[in-house]
Ligand binder design. Structure first.
Ligand SMILES: [Zn+2]
Ligand SMILES: [Zn+2]
Ligand SMILES: [Zn+2]
Length: 157
């Protein structure tokens, strides 16, 4: 199966019920009732928790759908911001915690100047020079479990 999402044109590998990139519903809304209103038809799916939302619950940002709970999660492409800090060593620790817990993690900033915390060209100097916060992203649908892992880590610190 090699279809594309009719809303955002992302290639869909299988035959999913919704587009994981933008939350466009690919089945009838009556088969995907709102996570908060069990009788209301879904109009989209939250790209963070993968739960359907109805017309009054859906939060739309840049053509993508979120539930009210995840309406403020910062996303970039297929990544969700799970942690940020101005303290690089703190961010490094958080990243280690997530990596050890099995999450795929990127530490970077998606600004047009292409600042990359991971990888070549980065240095303590460039960081302080740009006065950037270290940002840690995980895959969209790993946001909740990753947040939970970080909360456990913070509680045990
Ligand atoms: Zn889509
Ligand atoms: Zn959600
Ligand atoms: Zn609802």
């Amino acid at each position: 199966m090699n279809t594309a999402c009719p809303s955002c044109d992302t290639k869909l590998a299988e035959d999913p019920d919704f587009c994981p990139y933008c939350g466009h519903l690919l089945i009838d809304g009556t088969e995907a009732h709102c996570k908060n209103h069990s009788t209301k038809a879904g109009v989209g799916v939250c790209i963070i928790c993968a739960e359907p939302v109805c017309d009054s619950c859906a939060v739309r940002r840049k053509g993508r759908t979120f539930c009210p709970e995840h309406g403020n999660v910062h996303v970039e492409r297929e990544w969700a911001l799970v942690y940020e800090s101005s303290d690089i060593s703190d961010a490094e620790l958080a990243k280690e915690v997530l990596t050890e817990a099995g999450f795929t993690v990127v530490g970077r900033d998606f600004t047009p100047i292409g600042y990359v915390w991971d990888g070549a060209g980065d240095s303590a100097f460039s960081r302080s020079n740009l006065n950037k916060r270290a940002k840690i992203f995980v895959h969209l649908q790993e946001y909740d479990p990753a947040t939970e892992a970080l909360n456990e880590w913070a509680a045990g610190k």
